[in-house]
Design a protein around this ligand. Structure first.
Ligand code: COA
Length: 269
C-alpha cells in the first residue's frame, strides 16, 4: 500500500495501459496523483482510464505509438494541457518475443529497437518541455536484459542497454535543470508477460522462484512503490541510478540460454 502522498502532482505513464506499467499508474492514482496513460491500443487506453478513475482521482489517456515521434509529441502535449504540466514521467512501453538472433529478420530486430529504445528517446524528447523545472522526476522502466545476456533476447538486450545509457546520459544533461532521471529494472513479476514468456513451464518457474533470495516473485506494487519513492522528494539526491527491484533475483540468475537446436523463432528458456 502506497504511503506517499502525490496530491496535486501530475503523472504521465507511457505504455501505462497494461501490465507492470498499469500497476505503476495505479500506484500513483492510489497516492492521489492525477494520472495520464498512453499506448498504441485505444481499447486498452479506455479500459485503463476507467480502472484508474476508480481510485477517485483525475485520470486521462490517449492512443499513440511510441515509434511515432509526432504522435508521441501530440499525446504528451495533450496530457500536459489536461493536467496543467508534468511532475512525474514513467516511460515503460516495450515489446518482446523470443527469437534467436540467427533467426531474426532485420525488421524483427528493428521493431523492438524502435519500441524500446527509439520509443524511450521519443518520450524523453517530447516530455522535457512540459516538465516542472526544477523538481520533475523521470523513471525509465528497463529490464535485467540490459546487463545480463539472455539468448532469445538479443534485440531486447541491445535495446534495454541503450535505454539505460540514455537514462545515464540524461541524468548528466538534465541535472542542471533540476530534473532527476533513473531506471528501474523489474525482476520476475507474477502474472507478467515477461514471466509467461520466459517460464512457460511451471517447474522452471518454481525453480526460478526458489532461487530468488527473497523467495517470491515480485508484484506490480513492488515496482510502483519504487517509482513512487523515486518520484518523491525522499529521493531528491538520486539521479542516473539503475535500480533492480527483484528480491535479489539478479544475484542468482542463471544465464538464460535457449537451445540453439530448437529453431530460429524461439521456444522456452
Ligand atoms: N520470432 C521472430 N520474429 C518475430 C517474432 C518471433 N516470435 N514475432 C514477431 N517477429 C517479427 C515479425 O515477423 C516481423 O518481422 P518481418 O516483417 O520480417 O516478418 C517483425 O518482428 C515485426 O512483427 P509485427 O508483429 O509486425 O510487429 P508489431 O509492431 O505488430 O508488434 C510486438 C511487435 C513486439 C509488440 C509483438 O511481437 C507483440 O505483440 N509481442 C508480445 C507483446 C509484448 O511484447 N508485450 C510487451 C512485453 S515487454
Amino acid at each position: 500500500m502506497a504511503s506517499l502522498d502525490f496530491s496535486g502532482k501530475r503523472v504521465l505513464v507511457a505504455g501505462g495501459t497494461s501490465g507492470i506499467n498499469l500497476g505503476v499508474a495505479e500506484g500513483f492514482a492510489k497516492a492521489s496523483a492525477a494520472v495520464f496513460v498512453f499506448s498504441r491500443d485505444a481499447a486498452k487506453v479506455g479500459a485503463a482510464v476507467e480502472r484508474l478513475s476508480a481510485h477517485g482521482g483525475r485520470a486521462g489517456g490517449g492512443a499513440a505509438d511510441v515509434r511515432d515521434m509526432g504522435a508521441v509529441e501530440g499525446v504528451v502535449a495533450r496530457a500536459a494541457a489536461e493536467m496543467g504540466g508534468l511532475d512525474v514521467v514513467i516511460s515503460g512501453a516495450a515489446g518482446n518475443f523470443l527469437a534467436l538472433v540467427n533467426g531474426m529478420s532485420s525488421n524483427a530486430f528493428r521493431t523492438v529497437m524502435e519500441i524500446d529504445l527509439l520509443g524511450t528517446f521519443h518520450v524523453m524528447r517530447a516530455v522535457f518541455p512540459h516538465l516542472t523545472k526544477p523538481g520533475a522526476s523521470v523513471v525509465n522502466i528497463t529490464a535485467p536484459q540490459s546487463w545480463r545476456a539472455m539468448s532469445g533476447q538479443g534485440h531486447v538486450c541491445a535495446a534495454k542497454a541503450g535505454v539505460d545509457q540514455l537514462t545515464r546520459t540524461l541524468a548528466l544533461e538534465w541535472g542542471h535543470h533540476g530534473v532527476r532521471i533513473n531506471s528501474v529494472s523489474p525482476g520476475p513479476i507474477a502474472d507478467s508477460g515477461g514471466v509467461a514468456r520466459l517460464y512457460s513451464d511451471e517447474a522452471a518457474l518454481e525453480r526460478r522462484r526458489a532461487s530468488i533470495p527473497l523467495e517470491r516473485l515480485g508484484s506490480n506494487e513492488d515496482i510502483a512503490n519504487m517509482c513512487l519513492f523515486l518520484a518523491s522528494d525522499m529521493a531528491g539526491y538520486v539521479t542516473g541510478a539503475l535500480i533492480p527491484v527483484d528480491g535479489g533475483a539478479g544475484l542468482t540468475m542463471e544465464a538464460m540460454r535457449l537451445d540453439p537446436r530448437i529453431g530460429a523463432r524461439g521456444g522456452n528458456a
